[in-house]
Design a protein around this ligand. Structure first.
Ligand code: UD1
Ligand code: MG
Length: 467
């Protein structure tokens, strides 16, 4: 190759995905937190396709919103296929993009989420080198299931693709299948599509098959078949069983990449790290941990079993003990969280803090060194440095109508089982006696006690027994 030819890609994603039996169309089903079509767009862009055209139909506004939200939205276009009359008809619906601007058009399926950019690039290079007008990616499968079968002639050249529904018993025995990924010279594609659309959809599914391109290509200049050696990459998702299998592969691939970058997985089969998560080296992940959304975890942090962390930023050297649930919060370096802590949106835990078992934190900032060891609710609160929140403390932040703020000064000491009725301020180094219901502000260095006085009745049992 002298200069790299220009490539655009089409992603077929108009179908409902009936076999998923879902209210949500197939390509919007997430695989490790990202809708399948997002994975395919990533691969297309990563492989160097300058323009990516998604062919949409069912729930296209939802898919469109997802595409619009991407950083590379400028490179993404959409074509609409109102009625789904087959894969050739889908490409036909995007024929306005079959112009001279791109020498090659790659066709990808929105339901093949594990195909990666590197593999696509290798396929494109080989396909372009072959000089064939149409190239198809194939794979040899032990169980070729209901994939389209690759029919080769005596000389070994690809001659046609036969859909499973149309295949004879002999053809169904063929183990080389159509991955549903093609690279086609754009001018050839425009002409071949016109030919396919010009004749009746005369097959078992009464659909216009894109796979008919192959027989047309075989007649004119030949078809290049490029076999991929890792069949997991081309697995199509048609059912939830397929989705689970594709997710399993994606999980193993992501976890392996993190392991090679210095993250310890005690049991990688049982740890889920979604695609957008960022991990530093020497993070240790125990089994049954789920790291989701835009979570980031800094170096040396340990996450024990059963933790779910979503859209959270966790600092370095943090210890998340077993069964913490963290969403949209922040934990700074060296803090100790859990077991069984619940950090809700807006939880902002400083350095060297302790948030112990059965502590719930919502929209609350704990300054460095603050501690809430046991059975506590901190909502709409600010806890100063080194303050100590005793077991069973509750910020009463809600009066049935509105939320109010609790301020706890640095070095304050809140005795166990106290209620702080917001809005209320506990001053710097102020003390609250255990069991208090604090409704009035406490000045710095004061003691607030608000509970019934103890009455002790001597020899009470003796008197009772005499009666
Ligand atoms: C298709 C191929 C088959 C191949 C398999 C690989 C055809 C005729 N068959 O079968 O040879 O082995 O993929 O996974 O091409 N779509 C549309 N509009 C339509 C029909 C489909 O956009 O009118 C989209 C679907 O949303 C889906 C993709 O095209 O994302 C593939 O369609 P699907 O029905 O899953 O085809 P398969 O039966 O898997
Ligand atoms: Mg499919």
């Amino acid at each position: 190759m002298t200069s790299t030819p220009s490539i655009q890609s089409f992603i077929l994603a108009a179908g409902l995905g009936t076999r998923m039996r879902s209210e949500t169309i197939k390509v919007l089903h997430p695989l490790l937190g990202k809708p399948m079509i997002g994975h395919v767009v990533d691969a297309a862009r990563g492989s160097g396709c300058q323009r990516v055209v998604s062919v949409l139909g069912h729930q296209r506004h939802e898919v469109q919103a997802l595409l619009d939200g991407r950083d590379d939205a400028d490179a993404l276009q959409v074509a609409v296929q109102e009625e789904q009359n087959g894969t050739a008809h889908a490409v036909w619906s995007a024929r306005q993009f079959l112009d001279n601007e791109f020498e090659y058009t790659a066709i990808l399926c929105g339901d093949v989420p594990n195909m990666d950019a590197e593999t696509l690039r290798s396929f494109f290079e080989a396909a372009i080198d072959s000089g064939a007008p149409v190239s198809v990616m194939t794979a040899e499968l032990d169980d070729p299931a209901s994939y389209g079968r690759i029919v080769r002639g005596r000389s070994g050249g690809v001659e046609a693709i036969v859909e499973y529904a149309d295949a004879t018993g002999e053809q169904r025995k063929i183990r080389e299948i159509n991955a549903g990924i093609y690279l086609v010279q754009t001018t050839f594609l425009a002409d071949a599509l016109a030919a396919i659309m010009d004749r009746p959809a005369d097959n078992a599914q009464n659909e216009y098959y894109l796979t008919d391109l192959i027989a047309l290509g075989a007649g004119q200049g030949g078809v290049f078949g490029w076999s991929v050696d890792r069949p997991e990459l081309i697995q199509g998702v048609n059912t939830r069983v397929d989705l689970a299998r594709a997710t399993d592969f994606a999980r193993r691939r992501i976890n392996r990449q993190w392991m090679l970058r210095g993250v310890t997985f005690i049991d990688p089969k049982r740890t889920t790290v979604e695609t957008e998560v960022e991990l530093a080296s020497d993070v240790v992940l125990y089994p049954d941990v789920t790291l989701a959304g835009c979570t980031s975890i800094d170096s040396g942090t340990t996450v024990e079993p059963g933790c779910v962390v979503r859209d959270a930023s966790i600092g370095a050297g943090v210890h998340l003990k077993a069964h913490c649930y963290i969403t949209d919060g922040r934990v700074d370096d060296g803090s100790n969280i859990g077991p069984f802590a619940h950090l809700r949106p807006g939880a902002d835990i400083g350095r060297g803090c302790k948030v112990g078992n059965f502590v719930e934190v919502k929209k609350a900032r704990l300054d460095d060194g603050a501690k809430a060891g046991h059975l506590t609710y901190l909502g709409d609160a600010h806890v100063g440095e080194e303050a100590n929140i005793g077991a069973g403390t509750i910020t009463c932040n809600y009066d049935g109508e509105k939320k109010s703020q609790t301020e706890i000064g640095p070095g304050a000491f809140i005795g166990s089982n106290s209620s702080l009725v917001a809005p209320v301020t506990v001053g710097r180094q102020a003390y609250v006696g255990a069991g208090s219901v604090i409704t009035d502000d406490l000045p710095d260095r004061s003691l607030g006690v608000a509970r019934g006085r103890q009455r002790t009745i001597e020899d009470w049992l003796d008197r009772k027994q005499k009666k």
